[in-house]
Design a protein around this ligand. Structure first.
Ligand SMILES: Cc1ncc(COP(=O)(O)O)c(C=O)c1O
Length: 442
């Protein structure tokens, strides 16, 4: 049965009208906007969500990769209920944060210590501030197109396009939000993903001003390309040569393995930014790393820390309890199952594209994938960047999937949770097959 999205008379459309008068765009996240109106959710269970009109969708986004066990996981629910009865937030510490920190430090060898915060944005910002404080240097290098949250420096060149991105060997640093101070250009140098020569040159060019290189090992907006070992080695060696740090953004990629993507690629970061799955479905972030670097967060002999960090809801016991209840359920076997789900989806999509003789492709790993409506080899943001026709095609694809009970992001990123069954995967592949026939026929 086809879902009735969009419907002018739907409750979602009505809520959008109501929401717009008090919230710009009717929603607080630009990322959940779908035209003509956002979908307002009623509830989720396992691999599925149901909107306020009763439409059901297989969830191929999972709150931007933060849900890993499935919606409304009973063990997280029980743990949170118990904590709720004891209070939700105190201006004092709780044991719950130590419990989650111990679990994460025991899993990730590069994280000897951890400080929590409330989002991935804050985690990346905190890691950059820590690197600056540790090195006493201002500049960072980041990858063109790579998303790291909404901190000014981290979002540089997120939306670059052919009119402004410059040459491939020396991309131009482009501020993302309008009004970002020009000084950003002095403080952020941009390189392309997997460009060994480019990153090596940039590291040595910035040299004694460089605090850190910020790297996501499988950046979704860059197209989820496979990272080349030589690129990792160039960054690791180069940063050590000039006395800078490597910050690994594992906000998404931590769901790729029991100890994150760093364990898959033998990456030894100085600092790691975490978020999403470690909160068990609640708002979270964390900065982990070498204890000598993490010392910048500690007060020394009664003086304030080099990087003071607070946050009214930081390490609140609800999030910490939910995060622990989630992470505790994730064993090596869980990641094998997630890999299996992702492989079935990616192979199934390739088979559908071949059956319909479409020049589409899919990238990704583990439970993550990205669909590209073209056959360009995807190694960098520029390869993955969609022109206006491709953007329109993906938007139409998303709408046709919504009709067929699948929720999938408008730019092609997909993410499955552990509750996804083989029948669900078949549902997705059938929906894609049907949707593409309509889209290709347009
Ligand atoms: C790689 C990466 N880093 C950082 C962030 C920011 O995390 P948050 O949305 O929790 O602020 C995101 C969010 O999607 C992300 O994908």
């Amino acid at each position: 049965m086809l879902n009735n999205y969009p419907a002018a008379t739907s409750r979602s459309a009505e809520l959008h009208q109501r929401g717009k008068s008090v919230i710009p765009d009717g929603v607080s996240r630009s990322t959940v906007i779908i035209r003509p109106h956002p979908i307002y959710v009623n509830h989720g269970e396992g691999a599925w969500i149901t909107d306020v009109d009763g439409n059901r969708y297989l969830d191929c986004n999972n709150n931007f990769t933060s849900i890993i066990l499935g919606h409304a996981d009973p063990e997280i629910e029980n743990a949170v209920r118990k904590q709720l009865a004891n209070g939700t937030a105190f201006s004092l510490a709780t044991e719950a944060e130590i419990q989650l920190a111990e679990l994460l430090c025991s899993r990730i060898p590069s994280c000897q210590q951890i400080r929590f915060c409330n989002s991935g944005t804050e985690a990346v910002m905190g890691a950059i501030k820590a690197a600056r404080a540790f090195t006493n240097r201002p500049a960072i290098i980041k990858i063109e197109g790579s998303y790291h949250g909404t901190y000014d420096h981290a979002e540089a060149s997120l939306g670059s396009d052919p009119s402004n991105w410059g040459t491939p060997d020396q991309p131009i640093t482009i501020p993302y939000s309008t009004g970002t101070p020009d000084s950003l250009v002095e403080e952020v140098v941009v390189v392309q993903f997997n460009d060994v020569t480019g990153v090596t040159e940039a590291i040595h060019r910035v040299g004694s001003r460089l605090a850190a290189v910020l790297l996501d090992p499988m950046p979704s907006r860059v197209g989820m390309p496979a990272i080349e070992q030589a690129f990792i080695e160039a960054i690791r060696t180069g940063t050590r040569d000039v006395g800078a740090l490597l910050i690994l953004d594992e906000v998404i990629s931590f769901r790729l393995a029991h100890a994150g993507a760093q364990s898959l690629h033998n990456i030894e970061p100085d600092l790691t930014a975490l978020a999403k799955i470690i909160g068990g479905g609640f708002p979270v972030g964390a900065i982990g790393g070498r204890s000598d670097v993490m010392d910048v967060f500690a007060a020394v002999k009664g003086n304030r820390a080099a990087v003071p960090s607070g946050g009214t809801f930081t390490a609140n016991p609800i999030t910490m309890t939910a995060g622990f209840a989630c992470m505790e359920q994730l064993h090596q076997s869980s990641f094998e199952r997630l890999d299996q789900i992702g492989t079935q989806v990616r192979e199934g999509l390739v088979a559908v594209f071949a059956k319909q003789s479409l020049d589409w492709q899919v990238t990704g790993a583990g439970s993550l994938f990205r669909v590209h409506p073209h056959q360009r080899v995807v190694n960098t943001y520029r390869d993955a960047h969609l022109d206006s026709d491709e953007v329109a095609l993906m938007e139409s694809f998303q709408h046709r999937l919504l009709e067929r009970e699948v929720y999938f992001s408008g730019y092609g990123m997909g993410c499955m949770n552990l509750a996804t069954s083989d029948n669900d995967i078949q549902h997705l592949l059938n929906a894609v097959d049907d949707a593409l026939r309509v889209v290709a026929g347009q």
